[in-house]
Design a protein around this ligand. Structure first.
Ligand code: FE2
Ligand code: FE2
Length: 195
């Protein structure tokens, strides 16, 4: 791994056996990737944006497959909390797909990215406040660890740092569109949960 990267929230992996800590760490990684996209231009921005798209797609899919189903039944009011979060995730995914069609140098790119950032940030805050806190209170370390394992399997599909030596976007592009990535993430998560 490169020595030259800026510190990421995920540098401390010690709490990754708790699904809530793990997802909150990913929220931090997502924030950092938005920063990176905003701070770069040209090929570097393209690369940072590909990593952001992948992490967002993988993160939201893992939440939908692992923590939302638990939250729905896990605590009083969970059903409504999950309904609200799913509506936010759907809106964010649509913005993401629209953004993904633009080149990162397109003049329309930055305003759309900033809108996505605001929506994603608000959504993450709502999850932490109305969902994650209750999940932690409603289950035990064994279940938190089991859910973390499935989320980690998904995370392996979205490296947050550039691949050393990959200067062109070609390798990233080969991963295909957002929807296909989400489908593959679903399969990976379900397999990790033994489904
Ligand atoms: Fe989410
Ligand atoms: Fe989230």
């Amino acid at each position: 791994m490169s020595e030259l990267h800026t510190p990421h929230a995920g540098d401390d992996r010690s709490r990754d056996d708790d699904v809530v800590a793990l997802l909150m760490r990913q929220h931090g990684d997502i924030r950092n990737l938005f920063d990176e996209v905003e701070a770069t231009t040209g090929e570097e921005r393209r690369d940072a944006f590909r990593r952001l798209v992948r992490l967002l797609a993988v993160h939201e899919t893992a939440e939908e497959e692992v923590v939302h189903p638990f939250a729905r039944k896990g605590f009083p009011g969970g059903e409504q909390v999950v309904k609200d979060r799913l509506a936010e995730e759907k809106a964010a995914k649509e913005t993401l797909a629209a953004l993904d069609e633009l080149d990162t140098d397109d003049p329309k790119f930055m305003p759309r990215l900033l809108k996505l950032r605001r929506d994603v940030q608000e959504h993450a805050r709502a999850e932490e406040r109305y969902e994650f806190t209750h999940i932690r209170r409603s289950t035990d370390v064994t279940n938190l660890a089991a859910m973390a394992k499935a989320v980690k399997a998904a995370e392996a599909m979205a490296p947050t740092r550039p691949h050393p030596g990959v200067e062109s976007g070609a390798k990233n592009m080969a991963l295909g569109p957002v929807a296909a990535l989400m489908d593959r993430t679903k399969d990976t998560v379900r397999k990790a949960m033994g489904k």
